[in-house]
Design a protein around this ligand. Structure first.
Ligand SMILES: NC(=O)c1ccc[n+]([C@@H]2O[C@H](COP(=O)([O-])OP(=O)(O)OC[C@H]3O[C@@H](n4cnc5c(N)ncnc54)[C@H](OP(=O)(O)O)[C@@H]3O)[C@@H](O)[C@H]2O)c1
Length: 217
């Protein structure tokens, strides 16, 4: 499966302030490109922490689409509430919740599909999505979910939007801990494109497989 990580960060790789505020780090051109990217994937995925902090809608807007990507939340404890925008918008496109818990009647009645998993590992989540026909997925955060997908070696592409602002060490990092003990353990990525979008920079990366050569853009 093609698994893309999309993130919008400051120059120093932060995705939010310490208080969780992250709207909007990048400008309108970068956000519009983010909608194009959503439209190009079968599904978009966020962690439950992002839903609790930002209450995102995750639909494709600003770009005409025939079909909305499936919106997926990785929510082991099923913390999603009926008043969250995702729960209130199933008329705009499907919403699936990957969880350890069984669905609740109020979520079922709103049209949300809860997919109960035996564990919440990235491998298990991807298997469940593949079984339901998803062939491309864009992960939109937050840092905890992204780190576990990076650790599992599942991310194949990165779409990085970088704003010319500095949020400092107390801002939230793009990725949670990876527990590396040597630089040689770091994943290596190949930059395939770099474009200015208003004041922001859009960098595109692909994962290098062993033996691949990178001719950076
Ligand atoms: N600038 C950006 O591009 C951007 C994008 C998105 C979010 N953000 C910011 O990021 C912050 C939220 O990030 P976060 O790190 O706190 O939360 P997160 O990564 O969105 O969610 C973490 C939660 O996801 C659940 N989860 C389910 N499956 C998981 C798995 N395989 N690996 C890891 N976690 C899994 C866990 O909770 P359960 O136990 O409930 O399953 C975990 O606590 C917010 O401040 C938001 O504004 C910024």
């Amino acid at each position: 499966m093609r698994i893309t990580l999309k993130c919008a960060t400051s120059l120093d790789g932060r995705i939010a302030l310490a208080n969780g505020d992250s709207r909007w780090i990048t400008g309108p051109d970068a956000r519009k490109q983010g909608h194009h990217l959503r439209a190009a994937h079968d599904a978009v995925l966020v962690g439950s922490g992002t839903v609790m902090a930002d209450d995102p809608l995750l639909t494709v807007r600003e770009v005409k689409v025939e079909r909305q990507p499936v919106r997926v939340v990785a929510d082991g404890r099923l913390r999603l509430r009926p008043d969250h925008k995702l729960a209130q918008s199933t008329d705009q496109g499907p919403v699936w919740v990957l969880s350890l818990a069984q669905t609740r009647p109020e979520l079922h009645d709103l049209g949300l599909e809860v997919i109960t998993l035996p564990d919440m590992t990235p491998d298990q989540q991807i298997r469940a999505l593949q079984d339901k026909g998803i062939t491309s997925l864009m992960i939109e955060g937050g840092g905890t979910l992204v780190a576990s997908y990076l650790k599992a070696g599942l991310i194949t592409h990165i779409e990085w939007f970088r704003a010319p602002i500095i949020l400092g060490g107390d801002g939230r990092p793009a990725f949670g801990d990876l527990s590396l003990s040597a630089l040689s353990e770091a994943q290596v990525w190949c930059r395939t494109a770099m474009t200015s979008l208003g004041e922001d920079l859009w960098e595109r990366y692909e994962r290098l497989e062993e033996g691949d050569e990178c001719l950076p853009a």
